[in-house]
Design a protein around this ligand. Structure first.
Ligand code: DQA
Length: 153
Protein backbone atom coordinates (compact mmCIF):
# COMPACT_ATOMS: atom_id res chain seq x y z
CA UNK A 1 0.00 0.00 0.00
CA UNK A 2 1.32 3.47 -0.88
CA UNK A 3 1.50 6.46 1.39
CA UNK A 4 -1.70 8.18 2.41
CA UNK A 5 -2.37 11.02 -0.01
CA UNK A 6 -4.39 14.06 1.09
CA UNK A 7 -5.30 17.31 -0.66
CA UNK A 8 -5.31 20.69 1.07
CA UNK A 9 -7.49 23.12 -0.84
CA UNK A 10 -7.88 26.88 -0.39
CA UNK A 11 -10.50 29.05 -2.01
CA UNK A 12 -10.66 32.76 -2.88
CA UNK A 13 -8.28 35.26 -1.28
CA UNK A 14 -6.39 32.65 0.71
CA UNK A 15 -3.35 32.90 -1.54
CA UNK A 16 -2.72 36.28 0.05
CA UNK A 17 -2.51 35.10 3.65
CA UNK A 18 -0.04 37.18 5.60
CA UNK A 19 -0.85 40.29 3.57
CA UNK A 20 -4.63 40.02 3.58
CA UNK A 21 -6.19 41.74 6.62
CA UNK A 22 -3.40 40.53 8.92
CA UNK A 23 -5.28 41.73 11.99
CA UNK A 24 -7.98 39.19 11.12
CA UNK A 25 -6.11 36.36 9.39
CA UNK A 26 -2.64 36.70 10.90
CA UNK A 27 0.82 37.45 9.54
CA UNK A 28 1.73 33.94 8.45
CA UNK A 29 1.86 33.36 4.71
CA UNK A 30 0.57 30.24 2.96
CA UNK A 31 4.10 29.08 2.00
CA UNK A 32 5.04 29.26 5.69
CA UNK A 33 1.95 27.31 6.73
CA UNK A 34 2.56 24.76 3.98
CA UNK A 35 6.18 24.22 4.98
CA UNK A 36 5.09 23.61 8.56
CA UNK A 37 2.42 21.10 7.46
CA UNK A 38 4.83 19.17 5.25
CA UNK A 39 7.33 19.02 8.11
CA UNK A 40 4.66 17.88 10.58
CA UNK A 41 3.45 15.01 8.38
CA UNK A 42 6.47 13.49 6.67
CA UNK A 43 4.67 10.16 6.16
CA UNK A 44 1.71 11.68 4.34
CA UNK A 45 1.76 12.75 0.72
CA UNK A 46 0.23 16.22 0.83
CA UNK A 47 -0.74 18.29 -2.17
CA UNK A 48 -1.96 21.87 -2.10
CA UNK A 49 -4.27 23.73 -4.45
CA UNK A 50 -5.54 27.30 -4.27
CA UNK A 51 -7.83 29.16 -6.63
CA UNK A 52 -9.87 32.31 -6.59
CA UNK A 53 -12.28 30.65 -9.04
CA UNK A 54 -15.19 28.44 -8.06
CA UNK A 55 -15.07 26.41 -11.28
CA UNK A 56 -11.33 25.77 -11.00
CA UNK A 57 -11.82 24.45 -7.47
CA UNK A 58 -14.60 22.13 -8.64
CA UNK A 59 -12.53 20.88 -11.60
CA UNK A 60 -9.68 20.13 -9.22
CA UNK A 61 -11.93 18.30 -6.74
CA UNK A 62 -13.47 16.18 -9.52
CA UNK A 63 -10.08 14.78 -10.43
CA UNK A 64 -8.94 13.82 -6.95
CA UNK A 65 -10.32 10.31 -6.46
CA UNK A 66 -8.91 9.17 -9.83
CA UNK A 67 -5.47 10.22 -8.65
CA UNK A 68 -5.61 8.22 -5.43
CA UNK A 69 -6.26 11.11 -3.06
CA UNK A 70 -8.03 9.66 -0.02
CA UNK A 71 -9.23 12.76 1.81
CA UNK A 72 -9.58 16.51 1.54
CA UNK A 73 -9.00 19.49 3.80
CA UNK A 74 -10.71 22.57 2.40
CA UNK A 75 -10.94 26.20 3.40
CA UNK A 76 -13.47 27.46 0.86
CA UNK A 77 -13.11 31.12 1.93
CA UNK A 78 -16.23 33.13 1.19
CA UNK A 79 -17.53 30.36 -1.10
CA UNK A 80 -18.41 28.62 2.18
CA UNK A 81 -21.33 31.00 2.51
CA UNK A 82 -22.34 31.35 -1.14
CA UNK A 83 -21.59 28.35 -3.29
CA UNK A 84 -24.16 25.65 -3.87
CA UNK A 85 -21.95 24.41 -6.70
CA UNK A 86 -19.00 23.80 -4.37
CA UNK A 87 -21.28 22.15 -1.85
CA UNK A 88 -22.60 19.79 -4.53
CA UNK A 89 -19.06 18.99 -5.67
CA UNK A 90 -18.05 18.10 -2.11
CA UNK A 91 -21.19 16.03 -1.60
CA UNK A 92 -20.44 14.06 -4.78
CA UNK A 93 -16.78 13.49 -3.97
CA UNK A 94 -17.14 10.25 -2.03
CA UNK A 95 -14.12 11.18 0.11
CA UNK A 96 -13.94 12.40 3.71
CA UNK A 97 -13.67 16.18 3.81
CA UNK A 98 -12.71 18.47 6.69
CA UNK A 99 -13.76 22.12 6.42
CA UNK A 100 -11.27 24.56 7.92
CA UNK A 101 -11.59 28.25 8.77
CA UNK A 102 -8.75 30.25 10.22
CA UNK A 103 -11.15 32.50 12.07
CA UNK A 104 -14.12 31.61 14.24
CA UNK A 105 -16.80 32.21 11.62
CA UNK A 106 -19.50 32.14 14.32
CA UNK A 107 -17.99 35.13 16.10
CA UNK A 108 -17.94 37.45 13.07
CA UNK A 109 -20.49 38.95 10.68
CA UNK A 110 -23.82 37.11 10.58
CA UNK A 111 -23.36 35.98 6.96
CA UNK A 112 -20.28 33.97 7.95
CA UNK A 113 -22.22 31.89 10.47
CA UNK A 114 -23.94 29.97 7.68
CA UNK A 115 -21.84 27.33 5.95
CA UNK A 116 -23.37 25.72 2.89
CA UNK A 117 -20.71 23.03 2.87
CA UNK A 118 -20.88 22.01 6.56
CA UNK A 119 -23.81 19.60 6.07
CA UNK A 120 -21.90 17.58 3.47
CA UNK A 121 -18.46 17.37 5.11
CA UNK A 122 -17.18 15.02 7.81
CA UNK A 123 -16.31 17.81 10.22
CA UNK A 124 -15.46 21.46 10.62
CA UNK A 125 -12.63 23.29 12.39
CA UNK A 126 -13.06 27.01 12.92
CA UNK A 127 -11.06 29.58 14.86
CA UNK A 128 -7.64 28.02 15.48
CA UNK A 129 -5.72 29.91 12.81
CA UNK A 130 -3.20 27.87 10.78
CA UNK A 131 -3.32 25.11 13.42
CA UNK A 132 -6.72 24.20 11.96
CA UNK A 133 -5.09 22.71 8.86
CA UNK A 134 -2.87 20.56 11.04
CA UNK A 135 -5.79 19.37 13.15
CA UNK A 136 -7.75 18.54 10.01
CA UNK A 137 -4.91 16.48 8.51
CA UNK A 138 -4.48 14.73 11.82
CA UNK A 139 -8.19 13.82 11.90
CA UNK A 140 -8.07 12.44 8.35
CA UNK A 141 -4.92 10.45 9.12
CA UNK A 142 -6.60 8.95 12.18
CA UNK A 143 -9.63 7.99 10.11
CA UNK A 144 -7.81 6.74 7.04
CA UNK A 145 -4.97 4.98 8.80
CA UNK A 146 -2.12 7.20 7.74
CA UNK A 147 -0.23 6.33 10.91
CA UNK A 148 1.37 9.74 11.36
CA UNK A 149 -1.03 12.07 13.15
CA UNK A 150 1.45 14.91 13.32
CA UNK A 151 2.00 14.79 17.06
CA UNK A 152 5.72 14.31 16.83
CA UNK A 153 7.15 17.63 15.79
C1 DQA B 1 -12.41 32.09 6.14
C2 DQA B 1 -13.68 32.73 6.65
C3 DQA B 1 -14.55 33.21 5.52
O1 DQA B 1 -15.73 33.81 6.01
C4 DQA B 1 -13.80 34.23 4.69
O2 DQA B 1 -14.58 34.63 3.58
C5 DQA B 1 -12.48 33.75 4.24
C6 DQA B 1 -11.65 33.02 5.20
C7 DQA B 1 -11.44 31.72 7.29
O3 DQA B 1 -10.48 31.00 7.01
O4 DQA B 1 -11.62 32.18 8.42
O5 DQA B 1 -12.03 34.01 3.13
O6 DQA B 1 -12.74 30.89 5.46
Amino acid sequence: MGRLRLAVVNGPNLGRLGRREPAVYGQTTWPEIWAELCAAFPDIELEAFQSNHEGALIDYLEGLADRGVAGVVINPGALTHQSYALRDALAALGLPVVEVHLTNVYAREAFRARSLVAPVVWGQISGFGPLGYRLAISALAARLGGGDTGGGS
